[in-house]
Design a protein around this ligand. Structure first.
Ligand SMILES: Cc1cc2nc3c(=O)[nH]c(=O)nc-3n(C[C@H](O)[C@H](O)[C@H](O)COP(=O)(O)O)c2cc1C
Length: 392
């Protein structure tokens, strides 16, 4: 007899499989975006109904498998208490559908978005390509999202705990609407942030996605200063963080570190996807038959690791130990996580590595960090930040 399955009840196995197996598909011919959407649909249901007996049992089992709790990994940064230093990077849960359950996957924080004031379809498909052999991805999504007002409803529907009382920190990542000029960008960001600020533990100003024409020009210090000064004036504005591109030169990185201090930023996230092809110029994309040099979009995953680490190191040197840095780009193993922390990152985020390695990456990384602390006789993760202690 086949087991009866009702949509309101998901066993841990079904929940896990419906999420993990689509994510783990390394088949380059598969529609990567569709697979992600499928996973998000299940997760969205699970988040809304997370307190129903079936879901709550399944999520508890997920937690048991994926969560690592240890006081040595807890940190208080820019007023937020992080249970552990590993977060989900922006771009996976663009509309915040699964905001209530990311901690069950072992994350200490999740960054939702990028959200824009106006709902956007994004660029024509296909626009997301997996490069399994290189553990990389190329995307030119173009801020496809439901817009700030729908995100607010989506988050409210999940009845999240209040800021300061959540099991995982929730960051909201904001971008400029495509139809808005650079001149009007500060007002566009301000509209979204004003609406969503009460729901965010921290807010990210995304000025580094390569797929919105002109957006990266906002990294220029004059423009960025104008933008930050506009946003800081918003009543009840949560800690403000800027996310930067890996393609900035050293002078630009130093200028941004200086500006972060002058403007009282809570931190910097480094890095977004790269417009450089990082040795993969001639790699052919299966679906289109074109090389990476011929395709538009930002590169993520393993090939970004080296540059991402250099940017963190440079920022740490320029900004000193006081400014919290969030390291992202090619983190796909405990060693990669440790190297980023020892170069200066207090927090880490994963996206592409998590897609390829699957959800066990989170506990593997956190356990790996704890092992390194022990090997180096350190009592807390903060002692490793910027220590330049090599992986043992
Ligand atoms: C498909 C895809 C969509 C992304 N969308 C966003 C986004 O909306 N906003 C953002 O700030 N970063 C976005 N990113 C960038 C990631 O947050 C991250 O900075 C980058 O991928 C490097 O990390 P990784 O190598 O672990 O993927 C996206 C990345 C991918 C692969």
């Amino acid at each position: 007899m086949t087991k009866k399955f009702t949509p309101n009840f998901l066993s841990a196995e079904v929940l896990y499989k419906s999420i993990v197996s689509p994510l783990l598909s390394n088949d380059e011919g598969a529609d990567a975006e569709k697979l992600t959407q499928l996973a998000l649909n299940s997760l969205g249901q699970a988040s809304i109904y997370r307190n129903w007996p079936g879901f709550s049992k399944a999520l508890k089992l997920l937690s048991k498998e994926l969560r690592i709790e240890d006081h040595r990994l807890e940190q208080r940064l820019f007023g937020c208490h992080f249970q552990n230093p590993l977060g989900l990077a922006a771009g996976f849960d663009k509309n915040g559908v699964a905001a209530g359950i990311w901690h069950h996957f072992g994350f200490g924080f999740a960054e939702l978005g990028t959200v824009t004031w106006y709902a956007q379809k994004g660029n024509p498909k296909p626009r997301l390509f997996r490069l399994a052999e290189e553990q990389a991805a190329l995307n030119r999504m173009g801020f496809n999202n439901n817009g700030a007002e729908i995100m607010k409803l989506t988050l409210e529907r999940q009845k999240l705990k209040l800021v300061g009382q959540r099991p995982a920190i929730i960051g909201l990542n904001f971008g400029k609407s495509k139809i808005i000029s650079l001149e009007q960008a500060p007002d566009d960001y301000a509209s979204s942030i004003r609406l969503l600020a009460p729901l965010a533990d921290y807010v990210v100003i995304n000025v580094s996605s390569p797929n919105t024409p002109g957006l990266r020009d906002l990294q220029n210090t004059t423009q960025l200063r104008r933008l930050i000064e506009r946003l800081r004036r918003l009543p009840g504005c949560p800690p403000l963080i800027v996310k930067i591109a890996p393609d900035l030169n050293n002078q630009e990185i130093d200028d941004l570190a200086k500006l972060a201090f002058e403007e009282g930023l809570a931190g910097i996230i480094a890095v977004n996807t790269s417009l450089n092809r990082l040795g993969l110029e001639n790699r052919v994309i299966t679906q289109t038959g074109l090389t990476l040099s011929q395709e538009a979009g930002g590169l993520s995953g393993a090939p970004l690791k080296q540059r991402a680490i250099e940017v963190i190191r440079r920022l740490r040197k320029a900004a000193g130990p006081e400014l919290p840095l969030i390291g992202v780009g090619g983190i796909d193993s405990p060693k990669a996580a440790w190297d980023r922390i020892s170069a200066g990152a207090s927090l880490l985020q994963v996206y592409t590595g998590w897609i390829f390695k699957g959800p066990t990456l989170a506990p593997n990384i956190l356990q790996g960090l704890l092992n390194q602390l022990e090997k180096n006789r350190l009592s807390h993760i903060s002692e490793a930040v910027g220590s330049e202690i090599p992986w043992l």
